[in-house]
Design a binder for this molecule. Structure first.
Ligand SMILES: Cc1cc2nc3c(=O)[nH]c(=O)nc-3n(C[C@H](O)[C@H](O)[C@H](O)COP(=O)(O)O)c2cc1C
Length: 197
């Protein structure tokens, strides 16, 4: 494999033209450990999540937002598993994405995780538009986070997302650089279309 020398451009090789922001979004692991996301930009990114659609406008998405250097950031970082722990500490912000499935006392909202995912998608695209990269993670200890942040009822941490600015590629560890150099691939569009009448 040829190791990359530029992490800025990892645009998707699309089968049809996309919004540039969508095509340019990818999930880096090499973040600048000194970069800070200002509060106004972070608010804009979170606002994008707030305006995502949701079933019956129930708005089940909740976010535990932590900035690098805070106790909460350390708690989320400590909960990460596998290789996630090796790179995510350089992110500027870690967010635990929580689905609150409360619909009625005795009834779950079956779309809570779907709607949370959609809110996180909006968040990640707004972030990309603001020049911030994102990387979602499923590798974390959800029970540890629920305890640490006092979640209750029908609140479940579904994913964690890192937000940050790209590091200079020359500073990346060999392990991160190898992963960043893996070609971005997708199944052919035709394979996704179970019907296309
Ligand atoms: C729900 C979810 C969980 C993920 N979990 C991890 C993870 O634990 N560690 C990791 O490095 N990447 C994780 N990813 C990132 C995916 O591997 C990545 O989005 C996928 O390979 C496509 O690459 P791209 O985002 O650069 O297009 C996750 C993504 C999603 C949406």
């Amino acid at each position: 494999m040829t190791l990359i020398t530029d992490t800025v451009n990892r645009s998707a090789d699309t089968e049809a033209p996309l919004l540039v922001t969508l095509a340019e979004r990818w999930s880096p692991r090499g973040y600048d450990a000194n970069a800070v996301i200002d509060d106004s930009t972070l608010t804009t990114v979170l606002e994008a999540a707030r305006w995502a659609p949701s079933a019956a406008n129930m708005q089940p998405a909740r976010f535990i937002v932590t900035r690098r250097g805070s106790a909460g950031f350390t708690t989320i970082h400590d909960s990460l598993t596998g290789f996630n722990k090796a790179w995510a500490d350089s992110a500027s912000v870690l967010i635990a994405n929580v689905a609150d499935a409360t619909m009625k006392p005795d009834q779950d909202n079956p779309w809570a995780s779907y709607d949370l995912g959609q809110a996180v998608a909006h968040l990640s695209i707004q972030a990309q538009h603001e020049g911030i990269h994102t990387h979602q993670m499923g590798g974390f200890d959800a029970a540890a986070l629920a305890t640490a942040f006092g979640l209750g009822g029908k609140q479940v941490v579904v994913s964690v997302i890192a937000l940050g600015m790209l590091a200079d590629v020359a500073t990346l560890s060999p392990e991160v650089l190898e992963r960043e150099s893996t070609p971005r691939t997708r199944k052919p569009l035709g394979e996704l279309l179970l019907a296309n009448d």
